[in-house]
Structures are given as structure tokens and as C-alpha cells.
Design a protein around this ligand. Sequence first.
Ligand code: SF4
Length: 330
Amino acid sequence: MQTVIETQDLKSYYILDVFGKEKVVKAVDGVNIKIHQNEIYGIAGESGCGKTTLLRAIFGIIDPPLRLIGGKVLYHHDGQVYDLYALDPTERRSLRWKFVSYVPQGSMSVLNPVVKIKETFKDFLNSHLKGRTKEEYYELAKEHLKGLGLPPTILEAYPHQLSGGMRQRVTIALATLLKPKVIIADEPTTALDVVTQRGVIQLLKDIQSTYMNTIVLVTHDMGVHASLSTRIAVMYAGKIIEEAPTSKLFKNPKHPYTKFLINSLPRFGDKSRRTSAPGSPPSLAALPPGCSFHPRCPYCFEKCKVEVPPLREYEPDHKVACWLMEERIA
Ligand code: SF4
């Protein structure tokens, strides 16, 4: 399996000034992942666990108060390895969108509400593929939409004339115009009803199978991961605590937190009460010592309260960060 994006001990914190006192929010705290070509790599976890910040760090948009504290993001492109944060801003910009594109949360933040969709497509193409006429840009946009099974007539619409689901699909189409190797999508189905969600999920699946590219998908919705992701990393308090192919993770979750996430999913025909993790996630500005999940974990023992469990591969392709796994081996 070829790696396309890799993070090595990536740390990215928000450094805030609260009434003259420095507050450090450890949103991404030592993340090591390898994302492969031609997979849909899901990043799961409750809100506030650092998922979106990890995506931003991978895409190279770390703006104050967010800071890169340490580690690397490596892009594997055309036989070369690019250390994202060692590149100068021009090199970084030129890799962005051609190699990797980003679908942020909320389609309205991408689409200009006062211009027709076709103008947004034209401006995007013009900033990356210079020297064509306006008509040629429109034609490219039309062909792209047709290729994705979307009606080209939407180019003549203003964003407010489209449904939320169609706007989201347009945003995804825009992010894939340059056929990037990797698409990063942040909560692409949030705030959509179930039927519309299905349309967006199908579009992402179609894009992945047509272009054989990689999708990095962040969502808190384990149901969406089950139907879309091929491999999943579960994040908790800024760290990856479990990573496995989707079928393995759902069949045999090993980390107590992952078990809670999966058990909280409604099951067809099962009327029993679903259980979610007790309590709430810790503040990333005041993490508990040891395993960050220990105050919520029913299996917590002394070691968990003082030592941070490392993420280790206990079975082929199945990594877990939990001291229970060590106990089982011993
Ligand atoms: Fe629970 Fe301990 Fe495992 Fe953390 S390390 S998840 S507290 S058993």
C-alpha cells in the first residue's frame, strides 16, 4: 500500500491569551498516521477531540492562535516526499488543491452568496489553470459536473437557490475540479437529513472509485463511517486511540471508548437502550494525567491514572492505545 500522507509525532496547539494568562489547548498531541492511496480514511470521535484541527494541520492551514508545536506532515507525491512545513508558502500553495483539496464544514463558507455558482467555478479554475477564456472555464466546469452525475444547469444558480444537500455536493465538486490525489472532507454530511446524507455519501464514493484517489473523512457520525470509510482512526483528547480497517473496528473494537462509540449506534429492530460513554470529554486545556479517558473508563486501574498508553499494533493493521491490551498479553 502506497502512503500518500503521513504525520510524524504531529503536535498542534492553540495558544490563547486569557486575561493576560497563557492557555494551551492541546488539540493535536503527537499524532502518527499513514494514509494510503485509494482508501477512505475516516477520523472519528466526539466533538472537541481535535479532529478538525488535525485536518487543518494536514492541509497546511495553521493560523494563529493555532501553532505547529512539533512533528511533521509529509506528502508523498510523484515519487517525492515533501515536508509540508519545511516548504516555502509558494511551494505549499502550489501543492495544495493539485495534490490535496479541502472541503470545509458548511458549504456557504465556500460559495459566494452573491454570485452564480459558475462564477465561483470560473474564479477557482482561473487561479489554478491560467490562460483560458471564460467560456473554456465554464465548459470545464460543466464537463466536471456531468462526470459526477450532477446537473450542469446548477452553474446558473445562486447558492441560496439550491438545497443544502445540493450546495454540499457543489462544494465537493469544486474541491475535486483539479482531480487532486487526496480530498479532505470535514463533516460533509452534518446538518443534512438522512436522505440527503445518502446522496452526499454516494457522491464521495463515486468520486473515490472514478478517480481512484484518497479521501480523508472527518465525522463524529459512526453510521457514516460504517457506510463510507475503509479504515478508521478514533481520536480522543488530541490523540489517536485506535486505528483499524472498518470491518475489524466494528466487529472487534478493542479500546473502551471505541466500544462506547459503536454501542451508542442505533440498530435496526433492536429496541434496547443504547449506551454512550459516561461523562463528557475532558477540556483539551486541562487534560487528566495518564490515559485521558481514565475518568470515564469503567476498566481504569492504577497505571491508567499515571502513564499515557502508547498506540501499538496488537494485531495486523489494528492499533490500540490502552493498558488493558498490555495486561492481556502479559
Ligand atoms: Fe481505560 Fe486504562 Fe485503557 Fe485508558 S488505558 S482506556 S483508562 S483501561
